[in-house]
Design a protein around this ligand. Structure first.
Ligand code: ZN
Length: 129
């Protein structure tokens, strides 16, 4: 039996977290790629495209209280720019925020298989050396 597992932990850089919708009419990016229409002009001629840029960490905060069931505090949450004008809140996969700097490049990673949340999370992009 070869039924596809929709929440396979193997999804990663090329799957949902990196896809946006790109408007054929005005060129605006919209997240998520399943959006019904362009957030700028409302047109529904949207193409699913990869993230057009390296995600950039625009802000971050550590939450010490209970956030959602299944997430043990403290957790680091960041605002990550996925495309020009598209900033999404996401979990940042670091031990603590001392590893983070504003405007640092990030890397989308797949969700933990036990994660019942949206699965969009990031970690600092490793320097290519
Ligand atoms: Zn548009």
């Amino acid at each position: 039996m070869t039924t596809a597992a929709p929440l396979s932990p193997a999804w990663g850089v090329d799957h949902l977290p990196t896809l946006l919708a790109h408007c054929r009419r005005c060129g605006t990016y919209t997240f998520p790629s399943s959006a019904w229409g362009c957030r700028e002009c409302g047109d529904d001629t949207l193409d699913k495209v990869p993230m057009p840029q390296t995600p950039i960490l625009r802000n971050f905060i550590t939450l010490h209280g209970d956030v959602v069931p299944g997430l043990a505090p403290p957790v680091v949450v960041g605002e990550v720019e996925l495309a020009p004008g598209v900033v999404e809140e996401a979990l940042i996969a670091v031990v603590d925020e001392s590893q983070l700097k504003l405007d640092m490049p990030m890397q989308a990673i797949g969700a933990d298989p036990t994660d019942t949340q949206r699965g969009l999370r990031f970690r600092p992009k490793e320097a290519s050396s």
